[in-house]
Write a protein that binds this ligand. Structure first.
Ligand code: BTN
Length: 261
């Protein structure tokens, strides 16, 4: 990926102002953290790589990261919010992704907390990691992987266990996607939502996310450390915590977990 071809499409104010593009690295999240440790710690710094040798997903899973096909991007945010609100930044990334996919005519669904699916198949995932100091957020690294030009044959041959549940934008559109342009569009969208957060706080992001998610008032089942909790979503608070009314009438607060279908 060429940095100049990304910059050509950039309209962002803050996100991507500092932009680093690599051919290959371990994980964009790790390299961004290293850059922060070395002092390249400007709010909105973005790292992109053509391939990753150690791409990571949530819960220690591997993120398949071949070169020449996809987007692997990490963005640095330095918001003044409490660490308990960090999942709102996963929501922020989800909102940006849904908006960009929609501009391609693709109706993407959010699977709480961090997956983006199309037609029930995963196209993108978000890995949020934070650095804290003295109980406050020092920085947040939002890692985003998007399957852009992953062909069906690659999914079938290389991603056996998840092949039935994986798709890519080129499969959906029936044509190759310009990765640099998509990358810039995603950075632009992250910048818009980050601006919205700075002006109006986490509540504004959560409100947009709730609308895009579409499960308020509906029944969901979530796996919380092995226990499946089912209930109607009564509300989502400004921290991004879910409140589920179970069949027994209890209100369960869910901070983290995985949606079960
Ligand atoms: C998940 O679905 O579990 C999250 C996947 C996140 C993958 C991205 S790719 C860019 C960044 N670097 C990583 O190592 N992981 C994230």
């Amino acid at each position: 990926m060429e940095i100049s071809r990304i910059r050509k499409h950039l309209q962002a104010e803050k996100v991507g102002e500092q932009l680093f593009v690599f051919n290959e690295l371990g994980s964009t999240n790790d390299v961004l953290r290293e850059l922060v440790a070395e002092g390249s710690d400007a709010d909105g710094t973005v790292v992109v790589s053509d391939s990753q040798t150690g791409g990571r997903g949530r819960l220690g899973r591997k993120w398949v990261s071949p070169g020449g096909m996809n987007l692997y991007l990490s963005a640095l945010f330095r918001p003044e919010v409490s660490p308990r609100r960090s999942s709102v930044f996963t929501f922020l990334a989800s909102c940006a992704l849904v908006e960009v996919f929609s501009a391609y005519g693709v109706d993407a669904e959010i699977k709480w907390p961090n997956d983006i699916l199309v037609g029930g198949k995963k196209i993108s995932g978000v890995l949020t990691e934070l650095g804290t100091s003295g109980g406050a957020i020092d920085y947040l690294v939002i890692g985003i992987g998007v399957n852009l030009n992953l062909p069906e044959e690659f999914i079938r041959s290389e991603m056996e266990d998840i092949s039935e549940k994986t798709t890519s934008l080129s499969i959906l559109l029936g044509e190759e996607v310009n990765r640099e342009k998509f990358c810039a569009e995603l950075i632009n969208a992250l910048d818009r939502f980050y601006g919205e957060f700075r002006r109006r706080g986490t509540g504004a992001i959560v409100d947009t996310w709730i609308e895009m998610w579409g499960f308020l008032g509906k029944e969901v089942s979530v796996d919380v450390s092995g226990e499946v909790v089912s209930g109607v979503v009564e509300r989502v608070d400004a921290n991004g915590f879910l409140y589920l009314r179970t069949d027994e009438g209890d209100l369960r607060k869910v901070i983290t977990g995985d949606t079960v279908f």
